[in-house]
Design a protein around this ligand. Structure first.
Ligand SMILES: C[S@@+](CC[C@H](N)C(=O)[O-])C[C@H]1O[C@@H](n2cnc3c(N)ncnc32)[C@H](O)[C@@H]1O
Length: 368
């Protein structure tokens, strides 16, 4: 079952909405920045015949990609002077690339500021497909993206997020899809990375007990969805299909294909050079503590949720509904979630379980 939005705005809410409401993902990306320098240290900067190619997998609307791409360019140039660099932002074909182009061209934080010979490009292609030619890629970055599955393997009966669900059939199917998608991602990148090249990953995760830190926040939204169904605004069929097509991996699941080296079906290898669980506090909590405004706090949390769930929820609605009716149904759900969050921010406030990791294509057989 596809989770793509019926209105073609991609998986994130379009017209720049995600960019404006991704403070949480911005904070997550910051945790991966120190790994970029370590990945750049192994890149064979003298080996490329043309410009160095670096990639941003799952760029969305670009706002959170500017600092990591600047850090990657600077770390590579610190080793070998002002090399020309191609920055390739990748995402699904119906992503809001127009907002990304604006961010790269006009943001004061853009990596184009004060850096010559940098060439931004985009690739509208799934990261579960090959994107680069063999050994073309020197350094990759992917933040808050790899938990998105290639597609949802089916409906979920009792929650929009499978890891909060007691639907055992759905849990098993999503876990299996996640395992396969991770291996496909590794096989594609193993072929594309030059020896010595690497990929820095920041992503959502679960701890040893399966906790991910936003259970209560997701629970409030789930309660709002169930109430809309109880009152007849949503049908049961729609509710089962309004899902978040993702799986948050444990360190164990991320490490499973490496024993200790990952070898792709074509024989290319990758090492898991680093994998570290990290916890990130609620980015909206400090403002609540200073102004006590629970409505503003709830609006910020719902803006965050809408940014990455809006199109997937829209896709679950009956296609026979008129556009304004879909909008009205979802507006009511978001408003109800906002009320629930404002009533009890202390209980709702998330403490995110994340993981930062670094993949490396060994530079030579002796590194295996
Ligand atoms: C939560 S956003 C993260 C965006 C950005 N990296 C950041 O840190 O804010 C997840 C992004 O992954 C993209 N995505 C999901 N599945 C994908 C796939 N199979 N191929 C490429 N991009 C994908 C979505 O379209 C979305 O733009």
């Amino acid at each position: 079952m596809s989770a793509r939005a019926a209105n073609g705005s991609g998986l994130m809410t379009g017209s720049g909405y995600y960019r404006k409401h991704s403070t949480t993902q911005h904070g997550a990306a910051a945790l991966g920045l120190p790994l970029i320098e370590r990945a750049a240290a192994d890149v064979p900067v003298g080996a490329a015949a043309g410009p160095i190619v670096i990639a941003d997998f799952g760029a969305a609307q670009g706002g959170n990609s500017l600092a990591p791409m600047a850090a990657a360019i600077d770390a590579l140039r610190a080793r070998r002077g002002p090399l020309p660099v191609c920055v390739v932002h990748t995402d699904l074909p119906d992503n809001d690339f127009a907002t990304l182009f604006q961010a790269v061209e006009t943001s004061p934080e853009s990596y184009l500021r004060e850096r010559a010979d940098v060439f931004p490009l985009v690739a509208g292609r799934s990261l579960y497909d090959r994107i680069f030619a063999p050994e073309q890629l020197m350094l990759g970055w992917t933040a808050s993206t790899l938990h998105w599955l290639s597609s949802a393997p089916g409906p979920i009966t009792d929650h929009f997020f499978v890891q909060s669900s007691s639907d055992q059939r759905a849990r098993a199917a999503f876990a299996d899809r996640s395992r396969r998608d991770w291996e496909v991602f590794l096989a594609c990148r193993a072929a594309e990375l030059a020896p010595g090249g690497g990929i820095v990953i920041v992503d959502t995760a679960v701890d040893e007990r399966g906790g991910f830190g936003s259970e209560a926040l997701f629970g409030a939204l789930n309660e709002a969805l169930r109430s809309a169904c109880d009152s007849g605004r949503l049908t049961h069929h729609e509710l089962e299909r309004m899902i978040y097509p993702t799986w948050f991996r444990s360190v164990e699941e991320l490490s499973a294909p490496f024993s200790p080296i990952y070898r792709s079906p074509s024989g290319a290898t990758l090492q898991l050079a680093e994998v570290t669980p990290v916890v990130m506090d609620d980015p909206f909590w400090a403002a609540l503590e200073s102004d006590g405004d629970t409505d503003r706090y709830a609006a910020a949390q719902v803006g965050f949720l809408r940014g990455f769930l809006g199109p997937s929820f829209t896709a679950g609605l009956d296609p026979a509904r008129a556009d304004d009716e879909r909008d009205a149904v979802l507006e009511a759900v978001w408003a109800a979630a906002e009320q629930l969050i404002a009533q009890d921010p202390e209980r709702i406030s998330p403490r995110y379980q994340l993981v930062v990791a670094r993949l490396k294509r060994p530079g030579s057989e002796s590194e295996l």
